[in-house]
Design a protein around this ligand. Structure first.
Ligand SMILES: NC(=O)c1ccc[n+]([C@@H]2O[C@H](COP(=O)([O-])OP(=O)(O)OC[C@H]3O[C@@H](n4cnc5c(N)ncnc54)[C@H](OP(=O)(O)O)[C@@H]3O)[C@@H](O)[C@H]2O)c1
Length: 280
């Protein structure tokens, strides 16, 4: 049975003209020497933390072969010990326990086997598999990283798409390396490719918003996911002294706290706690 909480993401990096590899499969062009000083630069800790939120990977056999060749060159295996499903009709070498091969109906595989078992499912290429995933309507989101280079020719991000797929841009970020990462989904109103919906302003009055209570905390929701198309929830909360939510992790959302009064302790990844707030 399909798990409504599961989320299928297609993620790859491409040249500005939409190629994920040269015709011969090489990806040497990914190391660009560009510098965009106004861009962001997420450190390895944030990247590692983010990778932990991914539950499994799916890839085509040619991408698997590229990953094995990287490993043979001493560049490591990019997928950790997360379950990695490789689509192939050939007999390929199984180099680790986390790798499993599959051949057959991709829709059945994703809906019947992956979605019930995993929450965050990442398709990491290549073009054939991404195209198949999109044609079958299996993905919830496309994460597209564009590098500042033109190749003129190569393997396309989505091979053999037979129709337009109108996406809705939900996030875009530029990095110091000159790479631009965009997230696009199918949720909410579709807009034409390349068009952004007009920004909307929402005004919340002091009494507006549903109030939730948990573990002694009160949270008044000022802006809900229904209004922001699932992009943001904004709440005003208060925690009485000695209370607070038990330690928990959100695998699909990022949380930002601004402490307006008093102080609060957060449990960090290394199990230390840190006091934060104006009265600490
Ligand atoms: N830039 C990036 O972010 C990025 C990311 C990933 C990959 N890449 C590059 O992309 C290239 C590979 O992409 P690609 O489009 O050529 O190939 P691919 O999508 O990686 O693999 C295609 C192969 O997957 C197998 N396959 C697909 N659907 C299947 C199904 N339903 N059941 C069984 N097998 C299935 C078939 O393999 P068999 O022939 O074995 O049956 C097919 O030939 C590599 O050069 C890689 O370096 C780049």
């Amino acid at each position: 049975m399909e798990n409504n909480d599961s989320h299928v993401t297609i993620h790859m990096a491409a040249s500005l003209d939409g190629f994920i590899a040269r015709k011969d499969g090489s990806v040497d062009w990914m190391e660009t020497s560009d510098e965009f000083t106004a861009g962001g630069n997420h450190g390895p800790r944030i990247r590692r933390g983010f990778l932990k939120t991914i539950d499994c990977y799916v890839m085509g056999s040619r991408t698997y072969e590229t990953a094995l060749s990287f490993e043979a060159k001493g560049l490591g295996w990019a997928y950790g010990d997360k379950p990695t499903f490789v689509l192939t009709r050939r007999e390929l070498a199984r180099t680790r326990d986390s790798v499993e091969f599959y051949a057959g109906d991709l829709a059945q595989f994703v809906k019947g086997r992956l979605r019930p078992r995993f929450r965050s499912i990442w398709f990491v290429g290549g073009g054939v598999v991404s195209g198949e995933c999109l044609r079958l309507g299996l993905a919830d989101e496309v994460r597209y990283s564009i590098l500042p280079v033109l190749l003129g020719n190569g393997i396309a991000f989505f091979e053999k798409l037979d129709r337009d797929v109108a996406l809705h841009l939900t996030e875009v970020e530029a990095y110091q390396s000159g790479m631009v990462r965009s997230h696009s989904g199918w949720r909410g109103p579709s807009v034409g490719p390349g068009l952004l919906p007009a920004p909307q302003t929402t005004i919340a009055r002091p009494d507006d918003g549903k109030t939730l209570h948990a573990f002694g905390d009160t949270l008044q929701i000022k802006l809900s996911g229904d209004v922001t198309n699932g992009g943001l929830t904004l709440g005003l909360g208060s925690t009485p002294q000695g209370h607070g939510l038990p330690p928990h992790i959100h695998h699909h959302e990022e949380e930002l706290f601004i402490v307006l009064e008093g102080g609060i302790r957060f449990l960090r990844d290394d199990n230390s706690t840190g006091p934060l707030g104006p009265e600490q």
